[in-house]
Design a protein around this ligand. Structure first.
Ligand SMILES: [Zn+2]
Length: 386
């Protein structure tokens, strides 16, 4: 969890176990008080009548003989009359960052990772994880912008629910601080070991767009009859057998949320032009290795709602579970992302999975089979004779 901001108020029943836990660890402090409205007072004696201003009056829960004054209109009330109909609140008054950071670093060191405080820089540390070195910061705070630019790997530990500005690079690894406090750093350490260095991530992104471009160029010379079996079998088989790469790919997109969205076009009346498909969700069944499908392939024609309909009809005729359909298209000419989203929102799962040129490139580069894929496509390319 992320620690709520100072000033966040809770009614008694809203205080979760994890908030109590934060409190008992000494990470946050609460102030308890009551809140009532300045509601005025009716009385038969004109002198005792008050008209309320309806503003909030916060007051201590401790019984007092003294008057309690409304901060806005100055009306004086007795404790008992305000307590009636008031709400007992707890408010976070303090977050002990120093203790939290200290405890997190202790957990990291217990996992046999070295943490070095950068001299004179209270917000940044260097952390050694196995043979790699990262810059370690907390809540996206760093005092020296130069240090962010010069560092290849950055780990940002999120502690509180502060509003983040998008100033950190895409390759920053975000980890929840309270998870480290609760579970230690061991698991995170092994994840870090299995993640590619930032340089490699960036070079893969470049490669994805090159492979995409290459698929698109060749696509116009491909006939779907030629690719239907061999191409789709190859593609789906690679996804099945590359289990180590799949694990690393999943880790990658879970670690770098900003890299895990693929934008697609949903052109149409009254619709936003682009939406983003979250890959962790979209590819969940593929990551689980539970999918069994017959795929349909498209090369030059666009994939539309009509295509989907006929594909599903065709698959169900073959006795296939048509609720899950995979479409492989070597173009980006897809006009039915709507259907993909619709299936997801009505069934809770991505039952319709379309791999367009962009996604074929993405998956084949991340799973390390783009070279073989392009070679296979070359085999089917038929450039028409002049
Ligand atoms: Zn008042």
């Amino acid at each position: 969890m992320l620690i709520p901001l100072v000033g966040t108020r809770f009614e008694r029943h809203e205080i979760s176990d994890s908030l109590f836990d934060l409190h008992s660890r000494g990470y946050i402090r609460f102030r308890e008080y009551r809140v009532s409205l300045c509601k005025g007072r009716g009385s038969i004696n004109i002198g005792e009548r008050l008209s309320g201003c309806q503003n909030e009056i916060a007051f201590s829960n401790r019984l007092t003989e003294d008057y309690i004054a409304c901060p806005v209109c100055g009306n004086d009330y007795f404790f008992e009359e305000l307590k009636d109909g008031s709400v007992l609140l707890k408010e976070i008054t303090e977050i002990n960052y120093e203790k939290i950071v200290k405890d997190i670093i202790k957990k990291i060191e217990e996992a046999k990772c070295r943490v070095i405080n950068i001299n004179g820089n209270e917000h940044s540390y260097i952390i050694h994880v196995e043979d790699r070195e990262y810059l370690l910061i907390f809540d996206s705070i760093y005092s020296d912008p130069g240090i962010i630019e010069s560092q290849e790997g950055i780990i940002n530990i999120n502690i509180s629910n502060v509003l983040k500005k998008g100033t950190l690079p895409d390759t920053v690894i975000n980890i929840l601080g309270m998870n480290i406090v609760r579970d230690g750093f061991e698991v995170e350490k092994y994840k870090l070991r299995d993640l590619p260095p930032a340089k490699e991530i960036i070079s893969k992104l470049t490669k994805i767009s090159e492979v995409e471009k290459s698929i698109l160029e060749k696509s116009k010379y491909l006939s779907w009859q030629a690719v239907e079996n061999e191409f789709s079998n190859f593609f789906l088989n690679q996804i099945r057998v590359k289990t180590v790469e799949l694990y690393k790919y999943r880790l990658l997109i879970e670690t770098y949320p900003r890299l895990s969205y693929v934008p697609v076009n949903v052109a149409g009346a009254g619709k936003a032009d682009k939406i983003s498909i979250p890959l962790t969700d979209y590819l969940a069944e593929i990551f689980d290795g539970t999918f069994t499908v017959d795929a349909k392939c498209y090369t030059s024609t666009s994939v539309s709602s009509k295509t989907i309909e006929s594909t599903q009809h065709h698959l169900s005729k073959d006795g296939f579970d048509a609720r899950r359909t995979i479409i492989i298209a070597t173009t980006n000419n897809i006009t039915c992302w709507d259907d993909v989203i619709h299936y997801k929102s009505t069934t809770g799962h991505y039952r319709l999975i379309i791999f367009n040129a962009r996604l074929i490139a993405e998956v084949s580069v991340q799973l390390n089979f783009s070279k073989e894929l392009l070679t296979l496509i070359d085999k089917f390319v038929e450039i028409p004779q002049e």
